[in-house]
Design a protein around this ligand. Structure first.
Ligand SMILES: Cc1cc2nc3c(=O)[nH]c(=O)nc-3n(C[C@H](O)[C@H](O)[C@H](O)COP(=O)(O)OP(=O)(O)OC[C@H]3O[C@@H](n4cnc5c(N)ncnc54)[C@H](O)[C@@H]3O)c2cc1C
Length: 424
């Protein structure tokens, strides 16, 4: 007999976790099945809603001002503005004071490790003092072993971009003995524990040693930006101590993979799943289903056997081409578990445009959904009456170009989770 729940969520990324929480808050008994780690640990940890218009021009001052220009198949156009607000409200409630930006509809402008400025709707508290809208003189500090963040180059890019503040960059050795390819988490833990560092003189803590090294380069800067590795468990304490010692504000610059802000967000959402009573199983893929107009059971592949899981409602949150929720091959693009329709040009040569900066059709590949997030077939009918799709598995939008990835995940997840619980 199949293991049975009210709502089954397939996929453990931002979309799957928030959909599961929304369904649990609606009173459903929820199980989340996930194969591997999600893309969150590679993500910046920023929550973008809409940063540019559909042509990639921006930044948009207010993401909600850009909604009318979106195509009708865009998930925001299908679900409406209220869904985005509902998604953000759930996120704000779950993350509390660890994230900022809820006080306004306006996008914040966050300097990135590449020296660009990113329009975003929610950002970690650790990033807040670094916003580009503040005109305070800034020093960016990079570390020799963190090659993803070239602080002098990022500062030069920011100046070229015309930010309203003076900015300089310096690269320093991180205090202590680390391998050249040390992970950022090792440095974060050294700061968390304030590990003793033996330099030329008497031993001092990692935090004091770092502050001393930076102080020599401060030269009047009122804020100092570091790559996002300022502590893991005790980040706030680390930032406060560095700020006290430097007499300047201290902030983190969001980084690429592996990303501590992304990992912190993942940890916070996993704790929330636990608090809401969601059962979580990970490590095995969902490979198929039984059913006709309704999904009756889904099949999980375990070692040597396949196990059926039943539910009244099923939420598909398996990600896009990166998360493996959408697969492409020479014969076409497909959704591998339920075989849901993925609109695509017949000729493979029409998947791409020649120019690197052109609008790329493949970036919009994914499932089309109705206003309850149910995937649509090739005749615009629903594929299954009890299946809903959320996050990057949905198509009709180009998240990288328009900067909308997490906003779409949150909006679709809250609608799908709520509607799934209402249908029980
Ligand atoms: C490098 C990077 C940077 C990013 N930066 C930003 C940013 O700056 N701002 C922003 O707003 N967003 C950003 N994002 C996007 C954001 O983090 C999420 O990727 C996005 O919201 C989509 O999330 P998702 O939950 O739909 O998919 P994913 O995160 O891809 O999660 C999919 C989940 O489904 C599971 N899965 C897949 N197939 C199966 C199966 N058959 N059975 C069981 N489980 C399965 C996977 O193991 C995974 O857990 C970034 C993403 C990346 C990768």
């Amino acid at each position: 007999m199949a293991i049975s729940d009210d709502v089954l969520v397939i996929g453990g990324g931002l979309a799957g976790m928030t959909a599961a929480i929304a369904a649990a808050r609606g009173g459903a008994r929820v199980r989340l099945l996930s194969h591997k780690a999600s893309t969150l640990r590679n993500a910046s940890g920023l929550i973008d809603v809409l940063g540019t218009d559909p042509g990639g021009h921006g930044p948009l001052a207010d993401p909600f001002d850009g909604l009318d220009a979106l195509p009708q198949e865009h998930p925001y156009s299908v679900l409406g503005e209220q869904a985005i607000r509902e998604g953000l409200a759930l996120f704000d409630d779950l993350l509390g004071d660890r994230y900022l930006g809820a006080h306004t509809d306006r996008n914040a402008l966050v300097p990135t490790h590449g020296g660009t400025v990113k329009p975003t709707a929610r950002y970690p508290a650790a990033t807040a003092p670094g916003l580009a809208s503040f005109g305070t003189e800034t020093l960016l500090v990079g570390f020799e072993s963190v090659t993803d963040f070239d602080a002098p180059l990022a500062a030069a890019h920011l100046e070229t971009a015309g930010v309203p503040f003076e900015v300089r960059g310096v690269t320093l050795p991180f205090p202590g003995e680390f391998r050249a390819d040390a992970r950022v988490t090792r440095m974060a833990h050294a700061l968390d524990e304030d590990r003793e560092v033996r330099a030329d003189g008497p031993a001092t803590g990692t935090r004091a040693t770092l502050a001393d090294r930076v102080a020599d380069h401060l030269d009047g800067a009122e804020r100092v930006g570091f790559p996002a590795l300022l502590g893991d468990e005790h980040g706030e304490e680390v930032r406060e101590e560095l700020a006290d010692r430097l007499g300047a504000e201290v902030f983190e610059v969001p980084m690429g993979p592996p990303s501590l802000p992304g990992l912190r967000l993942e940890d916070a959402l996993e704790a929330a799943l636990h608090e809401e009573g969601v059962r979580v199983e990970s490590g095995n893929p969902v490979v198929g289903y039984e059913g006709d107009d309704r999904v009756e059971t889904v099949t999980v592949e375990r070692v040597h056997r396949e196990v059926p899981y039943g539910a009244e409602q099923v939420i598909l949150a398996t990600g896009g081409l990166v998360g493996k929720g959408i697969r492409s091959s020479r014969s076409g693009v497909r959704e591998p578990i339920f075989g849901c329709h993925v609109p695509q040009p017949e000729d493979r040569y029409d998947w791409f445009s020649d120019g690197v900066f052109d609008d790329q059709p493949y970036a919009r590949f994914g499932l089309r959904i109705d206003e309850g997030c149910r995937p649509l077939d090739d005749r615009e009918g629903v594929e299954f009456e009890n299946l809903r799709a959320v996050g990057a598995v949905c198509g009709g939008y180009d998240s990288a170009r328009e900067k909308s990835a997490s906003g779409v995940s949150l909006a679709t997840a809250t609608v799908a989770g709520r509607r799934a619980a209402e249908c029980l």
